[in-house]
Design a protein. Structure first.
Length: 121
């Protein structure tokens, strides 16, 4: 029987532009789905956060452009912590899956890889 699980991911952009945000968010979401064998129909919702230096567009807009417009999507502002990594977009994806928590592969791309050095590649 499927359980509700959450999957984490993050990426960075090199510049606060629509092209960079689209490219990086779509690559991150695709990698999260592919590496965990998740279909769009398994998704419950996705929450995106972005650091204060990302203002060019909503990360959810990039997810909608890749066909996730009927999945509930929400954007929020990340905490502005001194010394935090700049230009970061984080994702919390809720889904139904047969997998246990230990079988899920959280995905950290680009400069966000350094955020979770405790996770296997």
């Amino acid at each position: 029987m499927p359980a509700v699980r959450a999957l984490r991911g993050a990426t960075t952009v090199d510049a606060d532009t629509e092209d960079q945000i689209n490219e990086r968010v779509q690559a991150l979401v695709a990698a999260m789905l592919e590496s965990n064998d998740i279909s769009k129909d398994d998704l419950i919702s996705i929450i995106f956060t972005a650091t204060d230096d990302i203002t060019a567009m909503f990360p959810a807009t990039a997810a909608r452009a890749m066909g996730l417009g009927d999945v509930p999507l929400l954007c929020a502002r990340e905490l502005d912590v001194k010394g935090g990594t700049p230009l970061v977009i984080r994702v919390l994806m809720q889904m139904q899956t047969e997998k246990s928590r230990g079988d899920l592969h959280h995905v950290y791309l680009e400069g966000a890889r350094a955020l979770r050095d405790d996770l296997p590649e």
